[in-house]
Design a protein around this ligand. Structure first.
Ligand code: GLA
Length: 382
């Protein structure tokens, strides 16, 4: 038994070292390679922007020309309390992008998550009235989008407001507006176009590939356009897995949205390789219950704590290649392909939807070496 364990540790070390070896041979740069196709982006955190992660910074500046603040421009970061505004980190993000000549996405103005409840309720817990809600939204967008007018290239104005059946999700802003989701969206895009007139205005969501979900987004976009409200693009969040979504569904989503005259971004790309979540996105917190941390579940749900087996690593490389072939084929419709992170170490996928796992969703390993997928992606453009 002991001997077996010993052998499996050696095997996983060999897997890791073979990844390193092939990555050292990689030369070239993703952003240069795709310069005639689309921007190559990633989200960044404040450590990176502040020069505290030189190895991450090296990867960033070599391969990427677009950035999104991972958390520092969310409402709870910028405006956590009615009388508190924190602009230090968002200013640093914007300045870093300006200094390095990078395309910058502000993320995100209107969302149900990571938004303090005072946006919707008074201090005594009573709900705000419709005019009060609209004024809260207006003044927030004026303050934040206005501050960066002319400096930010695009905003995620509203995110994740449409549900799996195409309905408005009755959460946060929508709930506060008595279920009238369209009213939320219309106000948000109207204020964003008023206060960030030069920025591209995006709607961004996950599971956009699901036909019923996509129908809801299409209906929302058509209604905005009919009402003369500006929306420029849709971010198709690529929080995907080894086994989903299908190439057909991705292509269908790209074609459907771009036929409405919208720019398309693949906005938050990472590929989950772990059980359950490699098959489909788990929405919400159901898998955060303590029972799923019990050893018997952990062994199944978190199987690659000592390294990614070579066969799975190959599947991941092939999946990235398949996706980039699709993106390249649709390059005239796509403005940007952005990863949600640089290295596996800092990915949110280690903690969501199940806490404390070891996931491998990105192009760069924990030791900053590149996965073989990178080399494959560099050979796709003709
Ligand atoms: C969503 C949001 C992101 C981020 C991810 C997980 O996709 O758009 O800001 O919170 O979830 O990190």
């Amino acid at each position: 038994m002991k001997r077996l364990k010993y052998l499996s540790i050696i095997a996983s070390l060999l897997v890791i070292s073979s990844c390193e070896q092939s990555s050292k041979e990689v030369s070239g740069s993703l952003k240069d390679c795709y310069k005639d196709s689309f921007l190559i982006g990633t989200c960044v955190d404040n450590h990176l922007v502040n020069g505290r992660c030189p190895e991450d910074e090296e990867i960033l500046l070599r391969h990427f020309n677009a950035i999104t603040a991972e958390n520092d421009m969310k409402t709870e970061s910028i405006h956590p309390k009615p009388d508190v505004w924190n602009f230090k980190r968002s200013d640093e993000f914007v300045q870093f992008g300006l200094d390095n000549d990078m395309w910058k996405l502000g993320h995100a103005l209107v969302w149900h998550n990571q938004t303090p409840s005072f946006f919707w309720f008074h201090e005594d817990g009573t709900p705000k009235t419709k005019p009060e809600l609209i004024e809260t939204m207006r003044s927030y967008i004026e303050t934040v989008a206005g501050r960066y007018a002319g400096k930010i290239d695009a905003w995620d104005v509203v995110i994740e407001i449409i549900g799996e059946q195409g309905e408005y999700r009755n959460l946060g802003w929508v709930k506060a507006f008595d279920g009238d989701g369209y009213e939320v969206v219309k106000n948000a895009f109207t204020f964003a176009s008023q206060y960030a007139p030069e920025a591209e205005l995006y709607y961004s969501d996950f599971n956009v590939w699901r036909r019923s979900h996509l129908d809801g987004i299409v209906a929302m976009v058509k209604r905005l356009k009919k009402d003369g409200v500006r929306i420029d693009g849709v971010g198709i969040q690529g929080h995907w897995g080894l086994n989903y979504p299908s190439a057909q569904d991705i292509e269908h989503a790209i074609d459907t949205l771009s036929s409405l005259g919208l720019k398309i971004s693949i906005s938050e790309l990472d590929i989950d390789v772990l059980p359950l979540t490699k098959e489909g996105q788990v929405i919400g917190k159901c898998l955060q219950e303590a029972q799923f941390q019990l050893e018997e579940f952990k062994a199944y749900l978190d199987p690659y704590r000592d390294g990614l087996p070579q066969d799975v690593a190959k599947e991941l490389d092939a999946r990235y290649e398949e996706l980039f072939r699709i993106f390249y084929k649709h390059r005239s419709q796509i403005e940007r392909v952005s990863f949600w992170g640089l290295t596996d170490e800092k990915s949110w996928k280690n903690g969501y939807p199940i806490p404390n796992r070891t996931n491998y969703p990105l192009l760069f390993n924990r030791d900053h070496s590149a996965k073989p997928a990178l080399k494959a992606l560099l050979t796709i453009p003709e």
